[in-house]
Design a protein around this ligand. Structure first.
Ligand code: PMP
Length: 350
């Protein structure tokens, strides 16, 4: 730590969910990955991209991915930025879209990387606690002069969604930049994408890690007014998205059939998981995402997490107010869910 600067010494570390090396020994329901592999068309495109061209740098702006996403969503490429995972967008925003003495705000609980990345870049922030229904209290974000607000829609870890009308009303009143993190939007039916034509203070982020089954590839997007996209391009590393990632993301966007099939499978499994949990007496937050935030009236969340882990099932448990009452379970395959439910019912029986 001798050479760490003060900010690095003081910042809170982001702790990702466990990623065990011996993956086959575990049922892994802790990091909201997709339980199904990428579609055959995407795997084929990835294999094809492993060729001699790898000696060349990739397109610096992932132009083909930009253009295809723009075309599919009636936007122009100038509205689209391709990132090394949506996480990269948050870092860039803190680096270049807020003054050092500015103030950011994020809901709590939410995706903890917002807090970490703000601290890593020396940006002060407020955590705005969710209301008693675990909804985002938008009015609280108007009480101070916040320069940057990030909300996840649907939110992680609660799985709750915000209706787009509410985001629209907020954008109209808010003087700073609003980021709507739509990492889980494909499991939901509402997107704020149309708002970028109406407002220049909204940035939407998307991820290929969840609905496209490509968490290992690291691709995300930012969609916004062209001036914001130009700023992100100016700030980014020279070649932030590698050739293989660009090929995979492009193929994933093309393969609508594979995508729709995947989403419907995850939705079906989620319904099954929610019902099975309810039959064991669990109280779950109705989820708009690919995970379920749930608690049991008689067994603590920490004990559930620890005992599941002893049984080689990984779910997520977070310390801290509100969230420590719950575990967050990612939707798995049917076999994984059935095993989880068997173990949970044994734990509950004591
Ligand atoms: N946003 C939210 C709300 C998330 O939960 C996650 C993943 N845990 C991400 C963004 C990260 O997405 P990516 O893999 O594209 O960086």
């Amino acid at each position: 730590m001798k050479y760490w600067n003060k900010r690095l010494q003081q910042m809170t570390e982001y702790i990702p969910g466990e990623q065990p090396d011996n993956l086959n020994e575990f049922i892994k329901l802790n990091t909201n990955e997709n339980p199904f592999p990428p579609s055959p068309a995407v795997l084929e495109a990835l294999q094809k991209a492993c060729n001699g061209d790898l000696r060349r740098y990739p397109n610096p702006n992932a132009q083909m991915v930009r253009e295809l996403f723009a075309k599919k969503n009636s936007l122009t490429e100038n509205n689209v930025f391709v990132a090394n995972g949506s996480d990269e967008v948050f870092t860039l925003l803190f680096r270049g879209f807020i003054e050092p003495d500015g103030l950011a705000a994020f809901p709590y609980p939410s995706y903890a990387l917002y807090y970490t990345m703000a601290e890593a870049n020396g940006i002060a922030y407020d955590k705005i606690t969710l209301d008693k229904n675990l909804d985002i209290p938008f009015d609280e974000f108007l009480k101070k002069k916040y320069n940057l607000v990030i909300i996840a829609n649907p939110n992680n870890p609660t799985g709750k969604g915000v209706p787009i009308d509410q985001i629209k009303k907020f954008c109209a009143k808010f003087k700073g930049l609003l980021v709507a993190d739509e990492a889980y939007v494909d499991f939901y039916n509402e997107t704020a994408l149309p708002l970028i034509k109406e407002f220049d203070n909204i940035i939407i982020t998307r991820s290929f890690s969840k609905s496209y089954s490509l968490a290992g590839l690291r691709v995300g997007l930012a969609i916004a007014h062209k001036d914001i996209i130009q700023g992100l391009i100016k700030l980014k590393d020279s070649y932030n998205v590698d050739r293989i990632a660009q090929a995979g993301a492009y193929a994933a966007l093309l393969d609508e059939r594979g995508f729709n099939y995947n989403i419907s499978m995850v939705r079906n499994n989620k319904e099954y998981l929610e019902e099975a949990l309810a039959s064991l007496g669990f109280e779950s937050v109705p989820s708009k995402a690919n995970f379920v935030f749930t608690k049991h009236p008689t067994v603590s969340a920490k004990l559930l997490y620890e005992t599941l882990k002893e049984n080689k099932i990984l779910v997520r448990y977070f310390d801290g107010p509100i969230q420590s009452e719950y575990i967050r379970i990612t939707v798995g395959t049917m076999m994984e869910i059935k095993r989880l439910i068997t173990v949970l019912s044994e734990i509950i029986k004591g």
